[in-house]
Design a protein around this ligand. Structure first.
Ligand code: C2E
Ligand code: MG
Ligand code: MG
Ligand code: MG
Length: 287
């Protein structure tokens, strides 16, 4: 690149790159601070059965970063920085510990949910001691293996080494469920999928959006569903925003849905209130 001064001298950093580097460093500092003084928070989004009863059996934990000025940053703003800097290790451990802490509290209170899904990065599974750390967190809170579900994107799973896959297999043997997130956006083939240690396919929001009105999306979704059925995998549709989408997907045989139609990700206290408000009505079958 040529320098912005226009003097023709080569420059390693254009003004744009400089700005990006500054943003990156700021975010790294912000993330370190958050990891040090409790600035991370898990928001939770319910997973709802699409069978008409609308029961909530689990939720997904989605991390947020609280800035000192009160702003709440979504994971898209800092997960990449965490991965590049290696801070993802500490972040993922915090997420797992916090998820276990919430699950144990709900168990002790006799309310809440029995299972949480957490999102993990490729980096995590390539670490020697990640599985041990996970199992230790469960043990610390006297939780069974199936209290946690791991969500990994299709791209992450596709790029995983044999060592990472062996770690997944080990966790699965302990009862943990493994979900392939954002399915349909990567490159998985049938032959590849059937060798993976997974239990759940999460259909990407790109196919779910307006699925009833787009024959191409409906076609792909049908293919995904038949694939999942052949392989004995559970199906979850993410990003459901409209009744018509939910009805269409339920008709095709998708068991579980997640999306703004039911609830946005929310803090724990709000989830408890939401569960209270939705439970009695779903039990009587009214909507
Ligand atoms: P994901 O795991 O695929 O999570 C779904 C994302 O879609 C979430 O965004 C959620 O808020 C959003 N979403 C849910 N329902 C709807 C809907 O009906 N419409 C629309 N438009 N969006 C919906 P979020 O919370 O910003 O998370 C983004 C991504 O960040 C996640 O995608 C996940 O890959 C990653 N992530 C979140 N938490 C963690 C974490 O603790 N660790 C790691 N490594 N990654 C995380
Ligand atoms: Mg996810
Ligand atoms: Mg997803
Ligand atoms: Mg997604």
């Amino acid at each position: 690149a040529l320098s912005a001064a226009g003097d023709g001298a080569p420059a390693f950093f254009s003004p744009d790159m400089q700005a990006k580097a500054t943003t990156f460093l700021r975010m790294e500092a912000e993330l370190r601070r958050a990891l040090d003084d409790g600035g991370l928070v898990l928001w939770l989004q319910p997973k709802v059965s699409l069978d008409g009863l609308g029961l909530t059996e689990a939720a997904e934990a989605l991390v947020r970063l609280q800035c000192p000025d009160g702003k709440l940053l979504p994971p898209g703003a800092f997960i990449g920085v965490a991965e590049t800097t290696g801070l993802i290790r500490e972040l993922s451990r915090w997420v797992v510990e916090e998820a276990c802490r919430l699950l144990a509290r709900w168990r002790d209170a006799g309310t809440g949910l029995p299972r949480l899904a957490v999102n993990v990065s490729a980096h995590d599974l390539e670490e020697d001691d990640f599985a041990d750390a996970l199992l230790a967190a469960l043990a610390r809170h006297s939780l069974p293996g199936n209290a946690l579900e791991l969500e990994l994107t299709e791209t992450t799973l596709f790029a995983m080494t044999d060592r990472g896959l062996a770690t997944l297999t080990r966790l699965r043997e302990r009862g943990m469920r493994i979900a392939m997130d954002d399915f349909g956006t990567g490159y998985s083939t049938l032959s590849y999928l059937h060798r993976l240690p997974i239990d759940v396919l999460k259909i990407d929001r790109a196919f779910v959006q307006e699925v009833h009105a787009h024959p191409d999306r409906a076609g792909i979704t049908r293919a995904i569903i038949s694939l999942a059925t052949t392989l004995g995998l559970e199906l979850v549709a993410e990003g459901i925003e409209a009744e018509a989408e939910a009805a269409f997907l339920a008709d095709l045989g998708v068991a579980i849905g997640q999306g703004y139609l039911y609830a946005r990700p929310m803090p724990e206290a709000e989830l408890m209130a939401w569960l209270d408000a939705t439970r009695p009505r779903s039990m009587t079958g009214a909507s």
